[in-house]
Ligand binder design. Structure first.
Ligand code: SF4
Length: 62
């Protein structure tokens, strides 16, 4: 499982970071991935939650 961030859509709400602080940061006004490649197994629920919470669907999972 990987997280894809559409940085053109992202509005920096930071809700994703709140749900998955080990995977995403919105400190610079746009979501940034903190992991390179696959989401670790113990973070997959957090990843799904982060994708669902984004109000403008700027995140997706592949
Ligand atoms: S919740 Fe969505 S809009 Fe907000 S920082 Fe995360 S990806 Fe961007």
């Amino acid at each position: 499982m990987r997280i894809i961030v559409d940085r053109r859509r992202c509005e920096g709400h930071g809700l994703c970071e709140g749900m998955a602080p080990e995977l995403l940061s919105a400190d610079k006004g746009r979501a940034e991935l903190l992991v390179d490649g696959d989401v670790p197994t113990d973070q997959q629920i957090a990843a799904v939650t982060a994708v669902r919470v984004c109000p403008i669907a700027a995140l997706r999972l592949i």
